[in-house]
Design a protein around this ligand. Structure first.
Ligand code: SF4
Length: 405
């Protein structure tokens, strides 16, 4: 249910201030389609709300570098409007001064478009209200002569209809995450569950989801930048998958770009933490998890779970955590795939070592019968190696000019 601020009819809630009713109708009718002319805007407000959260998403985003939060806040990115971030942890204002822009946004008096970013799960506040409390809240208002805390989820109900976009960041806000795990005493859920599948922002966008626990900060800032370019009317609507994830960031499994994937393919596996090989037999779920952490890294393209020795526990997936637990056991399916890789590897590994020895030499060294290195004696191709390579090189040159010479 949409709640109107005092003195304002419900019908006016949902306007981004500064856009005419006619333009508004055109935008919504267009469904926010590619290259819809919406902007340009000089500035955009971002209301960062926190629900059942550990603040890890905020920390991750502060570490983003491409683009950085600073570049968004200073308007130094070409064509991207200046971002006014309202965040309880990083904003200087407090109390009423902090809350004032949110009240103005609700009343439709902000004067600029705004985006909601939500971190943490949305709890069922009716459960807490029953005992006179709340799960997570920001600001307070007077009701019947008494001050009450305004739950974060209630702010979403108030502001979402008028938001240019609603972005859920982190696995708690996207799918429910840890607060919504087995038991779920708070009735926690993700933003899509909270707003429903029919929700569209004022500019026609369903909820944008950037999962991860914590997410890659660059995944967030890059998506925000892409959405802002779209809102400015200078870029296409970024491609999102059927769950509202940026398709170009979550379209591949983490396994496909893992630095250890070569070990998997050759059938060699770590037996303990600290080993350099593929981690699937000690609990890695990477082959079935959509994430880009291994290619993008954690911060500034450095780090990332498997890159630094940790197993993938599926933290970007809607089934996290229950469908990946217990984290200390290997995925049952890996018994089949790893056994297959081991069998293939029995043949592939020795053959590759033969080629590796042959290609680790120059033709001159072969003619001289020695390698002029003061560092040691590299392994020499064996008689069997040479025999194999007679056939191998015949096939390699087959049909080429070198073969005909
Ligand atoms: Fe795949 Fe995990 Fe092994 Fe990397 S460590 S190759 S993601 S199974």
């Amino acid at each position: 249910m949409v709640i109107a601020p005092p003195g304002q009819p419900v019908s006016q809630v949902g306007n981004v201030a500064g856009i005419s009713q006619e333009a508004w109708a055109t935008i919504v009718a267009a469904g926010g389609g590619p290259r819809t002319k919406i902007g340009p805007f000089d500035r955009v407000h971002v209301f960062w709300l926190a629900g059942m959260s550990c603040d890890g998403c905020s920390i991750a985003v502060l570490g983003a570098t491409t683009p950085s939060v600073e570049s968004l806040l200073t308007g130094s990115l070409p064509a991207i409007p200046l971002v006014f971030l309202h965040h309880t942890a990083v904003q200087l204002e407090a109390g009423a001064a902090y809350m004032e822009p949110m009240w103005r946004a609700w009343r439709g008096e902000l004067g600029d478009p705004y985006v909601i970013v939500y971190e943490g799960s949305l709890a069922d506040e009716s459960l807490a209200a029953g005992s006179g409390g709340y799960w997570s809240a920001v600001g307070e208002e007077e009701v019947d002569g008494r001050l009450r805390q305004v739950p974060s989820a209630e702010w979403v109900r108030r502001l979402a209809p008028g938001a240019a976009a609603v972005i859920a960041i982190g696995t708690c806000a996207t799918w429910g995450g840890i607060p919504a795990a087995f038991g779920n005493v708070t009735g926690s859920m993700g933003m899509m569950d909270f707003l429903g599948k029919d929700y569209r922002s004022a500019l026609g966008l369903p909820v944008v989801n950037i999962p991860g626990c914590s997410p890659v900060g660059d995944n967030f800032t890059e998506t925000v930048a892409a959405v802002l370019l779209f809102l400015q009317g200078v870029g296409p609507l970024p491609e999102f998958d059927e769950l509202g994830r940026p398709a170009w960031l979550f379209g591949e499994t983490v396994h496909r770009n893992c630095t250890r994937a070569g070990y998997y393919e050759e059938g060699t596996f770590a037996e303990a933490y600290g080993d350099k090989e593929c981690l699937v037999e000690i609990g890695c779920w990477g082959p079935v998890v959509n994430c880009n952490i291994t290619s993008r890294g954690a911060i500034n393209h450095v780090g990332g779970c498997m890159n630094v020795g940790g197993v993938c526990i599926g933290c970007t997936m809607p089934g996290f955590p229950d469908r990946f637990a217990p984290f200390y056991k290997k995925p049952p399916g890996s018994t089949f795939s790893a056994t297959g890789a081991k069998l293939t590897g029995l043949f592939i590994r020795p053959l590759r070592r033969v080629s590796e020895r042959d290609r680790d030499r120059t033709a001159r060294w072969d003619r001289a019968g020695e390698v002029p290195s003061g560092w040691g004696a590299p392994p020499r191709p064996t008689f069997v190696d040479r025999l194999i390579h007679v056939g191998y090189d015949w096939i390699r040159h087959s049909g080429t000019a070198a073969k005909d010479r």
